[in-house]
Design a binder for this molecule. Structure first.
Ligand code: TNX
Length: 531
């Protein structure tokens, strides 16, 4: 077990840590004093740290653990907090309730790693090193996107995914709920979306080769209930994580078209839920019925997900079908658009306006966002320079270009990597080096960058273990950099991560080992997903 070094072992790294002499001893008689407004943090402390240490952590007016809201810490924003650990007391303060939730995760990381595996039977005292910590995140958006459309994941796993995110102070789970290959959220007004769209007959097996694609013979299906999704939202909120749903349009919509062919460009065409990976040509039509559909679906989505942002996709939408369709071309002309290609931005703008009317912020994938109204927050996924182009125009941006944030690519060039999307690897260091808003940019442009997020697309990652292997430790790197901002220092991160992996071990995360050899010469199997 590595010896924890306070200054090195917290992930993400706090803004300021000063080690102090002594230890705070947590035992059966340790109680918690909760000041008004700190109740959610007290509940989380009891759930997480009570479970970790198997201690009761009862409430009392003279508790040695003190949780308090403190307006004096307003300068630390919604998520900042101050933590003072002395031999006599542990004092956690923040201006708002979310800051306290972040501080609870820091307390957890100050415990010995073995506590995270549910405690050691018979152990009823735990020591925390004394310290003074003042901590504030660099970016308000620190997220992870999980694609549950390509491969459905059980809702229990989404709870665990959120738990692990929260340990790393990540605050946004973006759920990719629909795509060509599956629709996972029930919509009362359109029951066939999950009735038909949640099941595909088979799946492409491996990358498309010179002879085309190969397929397995295994049907794949799954969808959530609204109650499961609401419970996920509540669980995430208790950890200070917001769940942002995504409903893809106008492309990546084949599962919806399989359920409701009348929403397509050619209403008489029957389509299956797509079994290939890649970019599908079939897209929504542009007749009014389609917009009624999108608005109705999004109303139900907003009812389940209270998030400020609602993602409506927008990526990889071939316009060939519209260009060939007399009805779509006529619609483009009637709307005064230059051509059928311009229907893409027009479509998203109309649907986005519906969200804006309801007080939400539309979020879309974008190359640079030039086709989208400025009230869209854009996720620039393509080139690193595109985030800058988008903020120059005035968009708010989640800067997440694929060469640094797509965790479906392999973590190394080792042919023994057990799971990966074809393409060049995205190594741990590249993720850590990603700076959403470089210091050299003008301040007003940097202010428009909300942050960044990682993306776990799941064409090739089928199981929770595979998802977790792709996610860790790269999500630690993204969390570290997006919390610490320009203060990212790679050697320091690696050093802290060497200690942090003991926490991942305790939590049973099948992460890629740090010393797995990065070169193609490495023998297959150095980086195994444990069963
Ligand atoms: C691009 S760019 C996609 C996904 C794929 C992913 C594979 C974007 C938002 N979409 O549909 O799953 O690449 O890496």
């Amino acid at each position: 077990m590595p010896v924890p070094r306070l200054d090195l072992s917290l992930v993400p790294r706090p803004s300021r840590v000063s080690p102090r002499p002594g230890r705070f001893v947590l035992g059966r008689d340790t109680t918690v004093r909760t000041l008004p407004g700190a109740e959610p943090a007290a509940a989380l402390l009891r759930t997480l740290i009570g479970r970790d240490t198997r201690l009761p952590l009862h409430a009392s007016a003279d508790g040695r653990i003190v949780l308090a809201l403190d307006p004096e810490l307003e300068g630390l924003g919604d998520e900042g907090y101050g933590l003072t650990v002395s031999p006599q007391a542990l004092l956690l303060r923040a201006a708002g309730p979310t800051g306290l939730l972040r501080g609870v995760q820091t307390i957890r990381q100050l415990l010995p790693p073995e506590a995270l595996s549910g405690g050691v039977p018979g152990t009823d005292t735990w020591e925390l090193p004394c310290a003074e910590i003042s901590d504030v995140p660099a970016y308000p958006w620190r997220g992870a996107m999980l694609d549950v459309a390509r491969h459905f994941q059980p809702v229990e796993y989404l709870h665990r995914y959120v738990d692990l995110m929260a340990l790393h102070k990540l605050n946004t789970l973006h759920l990719h709920l629909t795509d060509d290959q599956g629709w996972r959220m029930p919509v009362d007004a359109y029951p066939r979306l999950t009735g038909v769209g949640a099941r595909r007959a088979r799946s492409q097996d491996g990358p498309t080769g010179p002879d085309g694609a190969r397929f397995d013979a295994v049907p794949h299906s799954g969808s959530y209930t609204k109650e499961e999704l609401r419970a996920l939202v509540r669980h995430a909120a208790s950890l200070g994580v917001e769940v942002v749903p995504e409903i893809e349009m106008p492309g990546h919509a084949r599962a919806a078209l399989a359920a409701y062919p009348e929403l397509g460009n050619d209403p008489s065409r029957e389509l299956d839920v797509w079994t290939h990976w890649g970019v599908c040509d079939t897209v929504f039509g542009v007749h009014e019925e389609v917009f009624d559909f999108c608005r109705t679906v999004l109303d139900e989505v907003m009812d389940v997900f209270p998030s400020r942002h609602i993602h409506i996709g927008g990526d990889e939408c071939p316009t060939t079908e519209w260009e060939r369709s007399p009805a779509a071309r006529a619609r483009a002309a009637a709307e005064g658009l230059p051509d059928a290609r311009a229907l893409h931005g027009w479509f998203l703008g109309r649907v986005g306006a519906h969200l804006v009317e309801r007080g939400r912020v539309p979020l879309g994938w974008a190359v640079t966002g030039s086709e989208l109204p400025l009230d869209f927050t854009v996720m620039t996924w393509h080139e690193p320079t595109h985030a800058r182009t988008a903020v120059e125009r005035g968009h708010r941006v989640v800067a997440a270009h694929h060469r640094a944030t797509y965790l479906d690519y392999a973590q190394s060039g080792d042919p023994g990597e057990p799971v990966a999307q074809p393409g060049a690897p995205v190594p741990l260091r590249t993720v850590h080096d990603h700076e959403p808003a470089p210091a050299a940019w003008p301040e007003e442009q940097r202010a428009l960058v909300l942050g960044t997020q990682a993306h776990v697309w799941t064409e090739y990652a089928r199981t929770p273990d595979e998802i977790e292997y792709l996610s860790y430790p790269r999500l630690c790197a993204l969390a570290d950099r997006s919390w610490s901002g320009g203060r990212g220092d790679w050697p320091g991160f690696v050093e802290r991560l060497r200690h942090h992996t003991a926490r991942l071990d305790a939590l049973g995360v099948p992460y890629r080992p740090l010393d797995a050899r990065p070169s193609p010469a490495a023998s297959a199997g150095t980086a195994r997903i444990r069963p």
